[in-house]
Design a protein around this ligand. Sequence first.
Ligand code: ADP
Ligand code: MG
Length: 701
Amino acid sequence: MQSLLETNITYLKGVGPKKAAVLKKELGVIVFDDLLNYFPFRYVDKSRIYNVSDIVSGNTYFQLIGKITNLEKVGDKRTRYIIATLTDETGSIDMVWFRGVQWVLNRFIPGKRYVVFGKPSVFKNKFNFVHPEIEDYDEETFKITGQRLEGIYSSTEKLKNIGLGARGISKLVNELLSQCNNRFSETLPNYIISKYNLLGKQQALVNIHFPSDSNIIKRASDRLKFEELLLVQLQILGQRNSLNRKIVGQVFKLVGESFNEFFNNQLPFSLTGAQKRVIKEIRADMRGGFQMNRLLQGDVGSGKTLVALMCMLLALDNGFQSCIMAPTEILATQHYNSIKKMLSAMDIKMELLTGSTKKKKRTEIHNSLVDGSLNLLIGTHAVIEDTVQFNNLGFVVIDEQHRFGVAQRARLWRKNKIPPHVLVMTATPIPRTLAMTVYGNLDISVIDELPPGRKPVTTSHLFEKSRLRVLGFMKDQIKQGRQIYIVYPLIRESEKVDLKNLMDGYANMLHDFPMPTYQVSVLHGRMKPEDKDFEMQRFVEGKTDIMVSTTVIEVGVDVPNASVMIIENSERFGLSQLHQLRGRVGRGADQSYCILMSGYKLSSEGRKRLEIMVETTDGFKIAEADLKLRGPGDLQGTQQSGVLDLKIASLVNDTEIITATRTMAEEILLTDPTLSLTKNALLRKQLEQIKKGKQNWGRIS
Ligand code: ADP
Ligand code: MG
């Protein structure tokens, strides 16, 4: 059986070398098994035969059988088309072809019977078919292959040119199944099939291509999805297990004085449940004997910094130094100041190291790191330079992960003989399905709860006609002592126009909010770093009322007094960006506002994004919606994962099956990590084949 499925597709009846080459190029179909696993993406119902008189609406498809009673060329040279009339016992309907005129003339013969399938349109108050599907009618074959649910396979221009449109592919699959006598061996262990009440492999494969009725389609696809996702989970979890056991880590046995002092006497509030849980998860890693590599995700304002700080105290209690790395100088400074404040009553040595740290200070820091007197270093990527050496680095925090590459992270690893534990913090929520798949080999901790008392940001979507109202509202907020962000899009392709819009907006603000009553700042990526920092610092210190900027403020800045976020041309931003921007306000105790300005013309996707923003402030809901709108291909980090080569399952829609297979895979690996039990032999065989396939260069075109 296996060898039959490994047969080159050239040898399938109706293929041959020329078609085989196109199948390989266009669909990656090389052997029988590839075609067998090329599934329809939808089905049309051809189980019923209608009469011409049944056609009373143009909304659905109809299948008719009748004679061609008239076939004629109409129009002149430039507008030539064909009209043919199909007649059955109940009436007649016209069929029209505008393309392939000569071919149609030659192909169809008046007086003969045909099967026609199509969606009627209305022309001059009458129904007709434009370019319907049409085939010769032969009673015997029609009984076998015609009256059914038909799977529609996606095809390409090149395939269509060689007769392999959706129907052509369907015919090949039909041929393939009959060459295999519709027999396929089972590939999942029995105990799994019965546990989840799955269809057998053979039944699933036959029915996914040629369903016997409409109910079985879902069962067939569920079974195939289950198998596909279970194998993905076994790979991911297997990989993760072996990864985790590979790298020896520092062991933090103690919870000591610093941690306890901070927790009991310094903490100005109580930890949220989620913060406590996450700290426990990290602690378990830190004393487990293996190097921790954990992703900490939590919405903006969920209190990630505090978690990082407390873990750093654990490191300190165990005699280790820590380091926090932030993507910008402003953020690093902010971390430094807020942590310094929280630790002010404790005797902990900490320093800030950035690109603008003076030489003398720098040397001082280098020395105290090496002699071990410095406990905590906070900085920008200045901290990964080779001149920065530690006495005993045990714990590294990387804030806002996507700004740092893997290579940069690896440099931090090497700063101790036994690599430090690494915690990567991100405010971009990862949808649940992706956390289990694309990111499934990372350890992830989630802070899914905000500190109590936060008021959700009030969000509205407004158009240009409300501009005056918005200006009035801004004046009102400034009068109350609050600050305002106005953000403009800036993307590379339209940079000139965007920059002009931003500067126009800035000019308008200067006009509407004149000095000296008001202070307005401007900030964009083209400015010199010193100027940027200067403007940002003025805003942070409350010296300016309005900050007009591009998305350079997107990440991390904390100005609790800012209460209004106005986003111009908001329809041009992605959902996660909008969410990040909105997260810049609502950080204090007062009510904050986000105003999404947009043009009147919106694409349906753009409108949907703004609707979602108005509807919810929950980062996870927004991430799920984003995934649904964009699909997983666009998300960063997903390209290289390989999980996206899924043939039938969907990372967007199959949450339930993903969860079920995750649980199943965990269960299996817990009792049988190497899949050596007899009952798991089929799984092991499949995984081995997958591995082999990856190395099989013959199959890579
Ligand atoms: P983020 O996760 O966005 O980095 P931060 O760590 O900056 O969030 O925390 C946001 C604010 O919430 C800070 O001012 C911090 O002091 C405060 N905070 C953190 N944890 C709690 C808590 N458990 N209760 C109340 N406030 C908290
Ligand atoms: Mg933060």
